[in-house]
Design a protein around this ligand. Structure first.
Ligand SMILES: [Mg+2]
Length: 346
């Protein structure tokens, strides 16, 4: 089987209901879709999401079309790690991190989709699954919601059967965080997991001060307390706090996780498919974390669910409120049964 074509399609529209975290307003629904065709007639697809900057999907599409696609034409699409290596070497000079990584990831996901479809099995079966359903929590506590709105959406998530909820913090003073955390705790009860996410908003001293307060509310983890690349800061914070530090969604490539994990700077590792480099890199990062006894919780869901099914250290998939027609079973997402990724649009 040989790759005979790569098609890229772009959409970028304003979001009907923009959401706010501590550092940014996410007000776009941008998507770059990649399809890889073969001489066997089997195709694989991926969809890459952008929450900000109108032009980002088109800029990524340019990288895929002009740089990555020509390099993989004629290749055997089942040699997924070989293609990854080729594209990493190709983009090294301009920087493999950033939009190059988004492009490599999009191709990686499309290749896994293609492999599953060519063998007529869901990708999670190819990876050697450890489980057939993934415990889910709902990221619903955005900062544009007032306290009443926050309470409403958290109640809705618990009614939908999620194990727990995550809320944004760090948009205002600590007193505001405390008021909002108390409100959510009151809605979800004392035992449901409650995670807090600062989206890199704090410097070290403030992260330590707030982390000590979040601990008092028995928060399950403290996500992105510091700028993502500050490995030393994460290590020092993890030593001082009892609450696990969660991070990883803004780190690019597997090498960016090695020291962080080995030095104990992360208590829950959270790679993002687009930035880490696709299913292949997320799987390998997850296994590296497993070797150090660090749990894995994906940033987002969608195609990531196949990796979550395979890893021994998976604890949660991240989700928004459930769309119509989707139901949790005992608080877990069932795995897709269609060949390939099938959740590639999720
Ligand atoms: Mg986050």
């Amino acid at each position: 089987m040989k790759i005979t074509g790569v098609t890229v399609d772009v959409t970028s529209e304003p979001k009907a209901h923009p959401v706010q975290d501590a550092i940014q307003l996410l007000d776009r629904n941008g998507v770059t879709r990649v399809r890889i065709d073969t001489d066997d007639g089997v195709s694989g697809e991926s969809a890459t999401y952008f929450g900000r900057v109108e032009s980002s999907p088109a800029v990524m599409a340019k990288i895929v079309t002009d740089q990555l696609a020509p390099a993989i034409m004629g290749e055997d699409p089942t040699v997924i790690r070989g293609i990854r290596r080729k594209l990493q070497v190709l983009t090294d000079y301009q920087g493999t991190a950033g939009l190059s990584s988004y492009g490599i990831s999009a191709i990686d996901q499309a290749l896994w989709d293609l492999l599953g479809k060519s063998l007529d099995v869901p990708v999670w079966k190819l990876l050697g699954a450890q489980r057939t359903a993934i415990p889910a929590y709902a990221m619903v506590g955005w900062l544009e919601l007032d306290v009443a709105g926050l309470e409403r959406v958290c109640a809705q998530a618990m009614e939908q059967g999620f194990h727990g909820v995550k809320m944004k913090v760090g948009g205002g003073p600590l007193t505001e965080d405390v008021q909002r955390i108390k409100a959510v705790r009151n809605v979800i009860g004392p035992d449901a997991p409650l995670m807090v996410d600062a989206n890199q908003a704090f410097e070290y001293g403030e992260a330590l001060r707030r982390g000590r307060v979040y601990e008092e509310f028995d928060c399950r983890w403290f996500e992105e307390p510091l700028p993502a690349g500050d490995t030393d800061g994460h290590v020092r914070l993890a030593e001082k706090l009892d609450i696990p530090i969660a991070t990883g969604e803004n780190r690019y490539g597997q090498a960016a996780f090695r020291d962080l994990i080995a030095r104990g700077g992360v208590g829950v590792v959270q790679p993002d498919l687009r930035r880490a480099g696709g299913l292949t890199d997320c799987l390998e990062i997850g296994l590296m974390a497993a070797g150090f006894g660090v749990p894995y919780a994906s940033h987002g869901g969608g195609a990531h669910i196949h990796v979550l099914a395979a890893l021994p250290n998976t604890i949660y998939v991240e989700s928004g409120l459930l769309p119509k027609g989707v139901q949790l079973v005992d608080g877990c997402y069932p795995l897709p049964t269609e060949p390939g990724l099938s959740s590639w649009d999720g």
